[in-house]
Design a protein around this ligand. Structure first.
Ligand code: 13P
Length: 248
């Protein structure tokens, strides 16, 4: 069975609530495509107005982060039930910015993946290597280990609905994209890892995105690769270019 393409924007820490609503209006007609899952992962404060703005369209709402407890004394955090009630379906987990700037480790990331599934949210689990690991040639081992850690005690049925984003850190926000062959090499390796951990049917079902300076000019080539099922897009998701990526 062919996997359905999934193009997700990661707005990061951009757009005030009113700017977010304006961007939804700007992109509305450009992102129409019934053959693709389109997701806007937005800052927490934008979730409610964005959910309202995209109602009745083909756009799904995602969060950029959450915490593993349902409620309580966790100042500054936001819970899965809060996201669910606001209409969120997807949540980014383990982005390299969360790992590197906010110190999230694979134990927490694994707990977040399990909590997301238990709460009815679909994780977009990010993995990827630094430039140093790419240069050292050990990037595949590193990413394999991230996947194994982050999916500890996650079931095959859950992984069948999971989205994994391969985002080489050296390609994020740098304008330097992995070549389509470099991206395909790692995405294929991730799928093999899922086959080893689970089974062929699970590996066939899991959707794998590429992320890192994906734009209107390079999306079609990246998305033509057999193991690249979509994209996780930062900078270009804030512009009309996002519509071209959805329709690439
Ligand atoms: P850029 O598309 O801006 O490189 O960001 C990629 C990214 O980090 C998406 O999560």
């Amino acid at each position: 069975m062919a996997r359905r393409r999934i193009i997700a924007g990661n707005w990061k820490m951009n757009k005030t609530p009113s700017e977010a609503v304006a961007l939804c209006a700007e992109l509305k007609d450009l992102v129409k495509n019934d053959a693709v899952d389109v997701v806007y992962c937005v800052p927490a404060i934008d979730i409610v107005p964005v959910a309202e703005a995209v109602k009745g369209t083909n756009v799904h709402v995602g969060a950029e982060n959450f915490y593993i407890e349902d409620k309580g004394a966790f100042t500054g955090e936001i819970s899965a039930p809060m996201l669910k009630e606001a209409g969120v379906e997807f949540v980014i987990i383990g982005h390299s910015e969360r790992r590197d700037i906010f110190g999230e480790n694979d134990i927490l990331i694994n707990a977040k993946v399990k909590k997301a599934f238990a709460s009815g949210l679909t994780p977009i689990l990010c993995c990827g290597e630094s430039l140093a690991l790419r240069k050292a040639g050990t990037y595949k081992e590193w990413i394999k280990r991230q996947i194994e850690w982050d999916l500890t005690d996650v079931t095959a049925d859950q992984v069948k609905t999971l989205v994994i984003a391969y985002e080489p850190i050296w390609a994020i926000g740098t304008g330097e994209t992995a070549t389509a062959d470099q991206a395909e090499e790692v995405c294929a390796m991730i799928r093999e890892t899922i086959a080893e951990m689970y089974d062929a049917a699970t590996a066939e079902a899991v959707r794998i995105q590429y992320g890192g300076s994906m734009n209107a000019g390079n999306a079609a080539e990246l998305l033509s690769k057999p193991n690249i099922d979509g994209g996780l897009i930062g900078g270009a998701s804030l512009k009309p270019d996002f519509g071209q990526i959805v329709n690439a």
